[in-house]
Write a protein that binds this ligand. Sequence first.
Ligand code: ADP
Ligand code: ADP
Length: 228
Amino acid sequence: AAVIEVEDLHYTYRDGTRALQGLSLSIPAGSRVALLGPNGAGKSTFLLHLNGLYLPQRGKVRVMGQEVNARTAREIKSRVGLVFQDPDDQVFSSTVGEDVAFGPVNMGLSATEVERRVQEALAAVQMEAYRDKPPYHLSYGQKKRVAIAGVLAMGPEIIVLDEPMAYLDPQGKDTLLDILDRLHRRGATILVATHDVDMAASWADRVIIIKNGRTLAQGDPSLLVQED
Ligand code: ADP
Ligand code: ADP
């Protein structure tokens, strides 16, 4: 079954930029999806619809069968974890531990459950040793892992990452790929927006190519060979 279904989605910014112009796509449960497309194709604009930060101006977005709208956005936000491209947009608490606890605390979970989730999420990204450190001392790749831990601690069924490999060194990329593999084995659906065709071809089991706010192609990674 599809966990994300998008039908004829349109989104125009205030300045008149038509970022999405009839995007339609479908993402199967448990898949590893690479969302590809040139700069300005509408990838980020689309991703912001998946956890209710943007609401469809026209068309529909369904997440696990539930239509995204003003009434459902809040609930959907806890089921879809969005990791922004820049961790500085997402990591802001005075310690790593507090930052990761922010989501679970906001969800109203008990102190014991918050503690359990923070420990588990920090372990998943191998950042336990940094728990009491301020995030601004960390490297870019470490901050990125803290941002991912913050998302994991909310227990999302779907994890969405915008350009997760950007600015990471080769070792940082390997670590991130390991993290994604582990999450996938636990049953999460993972959607990654990327410019990196090689990463998409080697990592994804499904590929979606968008351009000018529309779907150009979606299917098996083998369709990448036919691109350009
Ligand atoms: P990406 O690497 O995801 O393609 P972009 O370079 O398109 O990112 O954009 C980087 C950031 O700048 C995004 O948060 C995007 O929303 C914002 N942005 C892009 N174009 C504009 C614009 N014309 N006006 C305002 N903000 C923009
Ligand atoms: P991508 O992530 O694929 O690079 P974006 O969704 O960031 O694409 O951008 C799609 C289009 O919307 C681009 O033309 C971009 O310049 C524009 N855009 C993005 N954010 C904004 C914004 N905040 N205001 C106006 N235009 C924007």
